[in-house]
Design a protein. Structure first.
Lengths: 112, 115
């Protein structure tokens, strides 16, 4: 059972278009992170959201944490070819272990 | 400190051989994670350490896999009697905590190919 489900799994768009990636779970996160990964490299942290309802912006990227802290979204405005990559959400689940679990991933391809 | 480093970056091995990977975390980080990732998928949790203690192992980790962090600094992941299904990217990450949750920083990974 996958704790964090991302949608869509794959997205191919033209430069200049907008897109939204979703990350959903039935569990509550103590915090949630978004990473971007390029081929052959490790994931690179984009943002961490902690408070329910929180919205963070990073240039053309807008991240939102759901009020109940069970879901999150990533919106990219005017996508560019440099945005191409694998986008991953990840959550620290509370309790004794508090380990970092990743979502299923969204592979984004932005065509020039 | 330049971040999390993993060695080697690439490893090609014959089926049945043993391999060992090394991860050097960010020096002040007490938590160290190992993940396995196949192409286009999210990383799958394998195991993690707090200091030298191994806190949890995934059921994905068969008896052929073992990880150590003997002095609470670097860690090694060994795979014995490798199989073709072990071919994947093996990622290491480190973080501070607990209490609370903080960002995890990743190495560039070790790409394992079993032929």
């Amino acid at each position: 059972t996958q704790l964090l489900e991302q949608s869509p799994q794959f997205l191919s768009i033209q430069e200049g278009e907008n897109l939204t990636v979703y990350c959903n779970s039935s569990s509550v996160f103590s915090s949630l992170q978004w990473y971007r990964q390029e081929p052959g490299e490790g994931p690179v942290l984009l943002v961490t959201v902690v408070t329910g309802g929180e919205v963070k912006k990073l240039k053309r990227l807008t991240f939102q944490f759901g009020d109940a802290r069970k879901d999150s979204s990533l919106h990219i405005t005017a996508a560019q070819p440099g945005d191409t990559g694998l986008y991953l959400c990840a959550g620290f689940f509370g309790g004794a272990t508090n380990k970092l679990i990743f979502g299923t991933g969204t592979l984004l391809a932005v065509q020039p | 400190d330049t971040g999390v480093s993993q060695d080697p970056r690439h490893k090609i091995t014959k089926r049945g051989q043993n391999v060992t990977f090394r991860c050097d975390p960010i020096s002040e980080h007490n938590r160290l994670y190992w993940y396995r990732q196949t192409l286009g998928q999210g990383p799958e949790f394998l195991t993690y350490f707090q200091n030298e203690a191994q806190l949890e192992k995934s059921r994905l980790l068969s008896d052929r896999f073992s990880a150590e962090r003997p002095k609470g600094s670097f860690s090694t992941l060994e795979i014995q009697r490798t199989e073709q299904g072990d071919s994947a990217m093996y990622l290491c990450a480190s973080s501070l905590g607990p209490p609370g949750s903080t960002e995890a920083f990743f190495g560039q990974g070790t790409r394992l190919t079993v032929v």
